[in-house]
Write a protein of this length. Structure first.
Length: 80
């Protein structure tokens, strides 16, 4: 996931703002971060940056990437 400037992010335990799941952010060790390998379009990444101020869990990122391919993107879980 493209995030705010990595210098502004803190690595460590986090709670996904979209679904509430716990995960570990490794912004200081990107090759091992849970978001590596999830491919999102620049448009979707921009929308995520406007909607959320921090990282999302890999499950949400993968779900959003899949829905983007299907043309059915819903940023907030539980939204129509």
């Amino acid at each position: 996931m493209t995030q705010p400037d990595p210098a502004e992010l803190q690595s460590g335990p986090k709670t996904c703002a979209r679904c509430g799941a716990s995960f570990v952010c490794k912004v200081d060790d990107l090759p091992h971060c849970q978001c590596v390998g999830v491919s999102l379009s620049p448009d979707l990444m921009g929308q995520l940056q406007q909607t959320y101020s921090d990282c999302l869990c890999s499950r949400c990122l993968k779900e959003l990437a899949g829905k983007e391919r299907d043309g059915d993107v819903v940023l907030a879980e539980g939204s129509p």
